[in-house]
Design a protein around this ligand. Structure first.
Ligand SMILES: NC(=O)c1ccc[n+]([C@@H]2O[C@H](COP(=O)([O-])OP(=O)(O)OC[C@H]3O[C@@H](n4cnc5c(N)ncnc54)[C@H](O)[C@@H]3O)[C@@H](O)[C@H]2O)c1
Ligand SMILES: [Zn+2]
Ligand SMILES: [Zn+2]
Length: 364
């Protein structure tokens, strides 16, 4: 029997989100219905609402979630997934057969799985789940491969954040940027994603970790809680000059742009050392353009990379970082700034906009 639950949708571009009834079908083959326990509010949800991702409205928002499997479709091997399993939802259920998977790079999978059936509004209108998840809802329908089992001792409020923003930032540093012991790293934009890049760089043993933000509260938090060694106030300082001054005049080995605007990318580009690496993890919008001297691209050498989901492999990375968090070696719980209800997503967007939070987390 399909179930009717509460869910938060963006009905049309730029309009406030609405809490409505959502119909969740029974899981078909390779599908699973998950009771959502907590779901973080990511900037990408706001991008969806603003029409910055695509025009496939209405969206069922929410994609940074943890919960418990309620039901699986016929034929799902219980060793893979069964009711009662505690999972983090992921948006990279790898296919195993595309050209990226076939060459042993499944984190680049070009054909990731989502549920086949659609969740709908009560009138039958099909919903587009954000990043194939849609977890600002009591329950959601996903592909079995989107459920990654982790240690149930990890509270859902924090664990769910590994499902998007924290993994994206952490992986941007550790996987894409290849940050390692002794490196200098600068992170531009220390929201949930950038702060995870700070924490990931600290975890990887970076010698200098420079947090850059236009909000001084983020700089204080980066240093006090997440291990940044320095802070640069982008609202009053010359970011490139400040990063160079903190790296013996050379620039950082790895600079991570966790804002995703032409001006922050340009700062990242010039704030890295020769042969250094720039990682773009903030998501630009379609109208943005970049104009830089081609000779500088050539002459400065190094690597210019973008990072989708921190180049993570959920089955490898989620259990690993949950365990490190439970052992007190990764400050996952510190990303939870506040817990809110399902009716508070619009207010959480406003709090994000004001810079008041790293993550508001909806608890269900
Ligand atoms: N690549 C991925 O897989 C992935 C995954 C999740 C989110 N994202 C993207 O990452 C970006 C950040 O997400 P978030 O949830 O951390 O957002 P957020 O709004 O919580 O954080 C953004 C931070 O950047 C700071 N900032 C804004 N403009 C700045 C500037 N010019 N200079 C310095 N600091 C500036 C803000 O003060 C804030 O602290 C978004 O674009 C989001 O869509 C990407
Ligand atoms: Zn694949
Ligand atoms: Zn996200």
């Amino acid at each position: 029997m399909p179930q009717t639950v509460r869910g938060v949708i963006a009905r049309s571009k730029g309009q406030p989100v609405e809490l409505v009834d959502v119909v969740v079908p029974d899981p078909g083959p390779a599908e699973s219905v998950v009771a959502v326990h907590a779901c973080g509010v990511c900037h990408t949800d706001l991008h969806y609402r603003e029409g910055g991702i695509n025009d496939e409205f209405p969206f069922l928002l929410g994609h940074e979630a943890a919960g418990v499997v309620e039901a699986v479709g016929a034929g799902v091997d219980p060793a893979v997934l069964q009711p009662g399993d505690y999972v983090i939802l992921n948006w990279r259920a790898v296919c195993g057969v595309c050209r990226a998977c076939a060459r042993g790079r499944p984190w680049h999978c070009f054909d990731t799985h989502n549920a086949t059936q659609r969740m709908t509004l009560a009138d039958g209108t099909e919903l587009s789940p954000a990043l194939g998840i849609g977890a600002f809802a009591d329950k959601t329908l996903v592909h079995v491969g989107q459920c990654t089992k982790v240690d149930p001792q990890a509270p859902a409020t924090a664990a769910g954040l590994l499902g998007c923003g924290v993994m994206a930032g952490l992986g941007a540093a550790v996987n894409t940027g290849g940050v390692t012991r002794g490196d200098s790293v600068a992170v531009i934009g220390c929201g949930g994603v950038g702060m995870a890049a700070v924490a990931g760089s600290v975890l990887a043993g970076a010698r200098r970790v420079i947090a850059v933000d236009s909000d001084r509260r983020k700089l204080a938090l980066a240093r006090a809680t997440f291990g940044a060694t320095h802070g640069v106030d982008a609202s009053s300082e010359d970011v490139v000059a400040a990063i160079r001054a903190l790296t013996d005049g050379f620039g950082a080995d790895v600079v991570i742009d966790a804002v995703g605007r032409p001006e922050t990318y340009e700062q990242a580009f010039y704030a890295r050392d020769l042969a250094g690496t720039v990682v773009l993890v903030g998501v630009p919008t379609p109208e943005m353009r970049l104009d830089l001297p081609l000779l500088d691209f050539f002459g400065r050498g190094g690597a210019l990379k973008s990072s989708w989901y921190g180049d993570c492999l959920p089955s490898r990375d989620f259990p690993r970082y949950v365990d490190l968090a439970l052992q007190g070696r990764f400050p996952l719980a510190a990303f939870v700034s506040e817990t809110v209800g399902l009716g508070d997503v619009e207010a959480a967007f406003a709090a994000m906009h004001r810079g008041d939070v790293l993550r508001s987390v909806v608890v269900l």
